[in-house]
Design a protein around this ligand. Structure first.
Ligand SMILES: Nc1ncnc2c1ncn2[C@@H]1O[C@H](COP(=O)(O)OP(=O)(O)O)[C@@H](O)[C@H]1O
Ligand SMILES: [Mg+2]
Length: 232
């Protein structure tokens, strides 16, 4: 077996919601290792815990116990402020419903993560235009989200998630709101990003049309990983 660089690992990740009587365990001790430079899909029926797990991996949620290791850095060992900085630098997130700000142009939307990090506006907009060219929306740079199709809005959202060049990109059902053709374009783009050196891309999906794009399929059921298959 060829040796692979592990970019992301979950170590016995448990997640519970609620307190006392109302407490429910949603993740029952997840252990996975995700290599760099390939596309990993996280699949399973609705309610099995995909969004919860990917949110914990991305740092939008904390685990109840267990740890997430991102690029050899155990997240549990980073103090609060460092943790926020680490994630802002290293993680990009794409949602099913794009989550673009309606009053901002495509370029301005893409520039947001840089502006938050304190990059001067002209430089942030310049970098945003560069990434919009990469997702083949250079000609739409000054348009508002409402002037773009669903597939184009999702590509703007991907550009926004990539503008600070994060090593980890996570996408939660990125094609769920798209027609077949736009879904294909979006997955081809995500695949191109995923195979870049050192990068980890994890896509949550229950869309069977997407399965073919994955190098690795991590299957969940009822809060557990039940199967991992790899093409390589
Ligand atoms: N904030 C929350 N509070 C309570 N239960 C939650 C919360 N978020 C998710 N859940 C529950 O956790 C389970 C897994 O949800 P989720 O991770 O969204 O699944 P999936 O993305 O696979 O559809 C579901 O039963 C859901 O109702
Ligand atoms: Mg979900």
């Amino acid at each position: 077996m060829s040796s692979k660089t592990i970019g992301v690992a979950c170590r016995n990740v448990i997640k519970e919601f609620g307190d006392g009587e109302a407490k429910i365990r949603v993740l029952h001790g997840i252990n996975i290792e995700v290599p760099t430079s390939e596309l990993s899909l996280l699949v399973g029926p609705s309610g099995c815990g995909k969004t919860t797990l990917i949110s914990i991996i991305a740092g939008l949620l904390n685990p109840t116990s267990g740890d997430v290791v991102l690029f050899n850095t155990p997240q549990s060992q980073l103090p609060g402020r460092k943790l926020v900085q680490f994630r802002a630098k290293n993680v990009g997130f794409v949602f099913q419903q794009y989550n673009l700000l309606p009053a901002l142009t495509a370029t301005e939307n893409v520039a947001i993560p840089l502006l938050i990090q304190g990059v001067p506006r002209p430089q942030a907009l310049e970098q945003a235009r560069h990434v919009l060219n990469y997702v083949e929306l250079g000609s739409r740079a000054n348009q508002l989200p409402s002037q773009l199709s669903g597939g184009q809005q999702q590509r703007v959202a991907i550009a926004r998630a990539l503008v600070h060049q994060p090593r980890l990109l996570v996408c939660d059902e990125p094609t769920a709101a798209l027609d077949a053709k736009s879904g294909q374009t979006v997955m081809e783009l995500i695949r191109e990003v995923a195979v870049q050196a050192g990068r980890v891309v994890i896509v949550v999906t229950h869309d069977h049309r997407v399965f073919d794009y994955g190098d690795r399929i991590i299957e969940m059921s009822d809060g557990r990983v039940v199967n991992v298959t790899s093409k390589n």
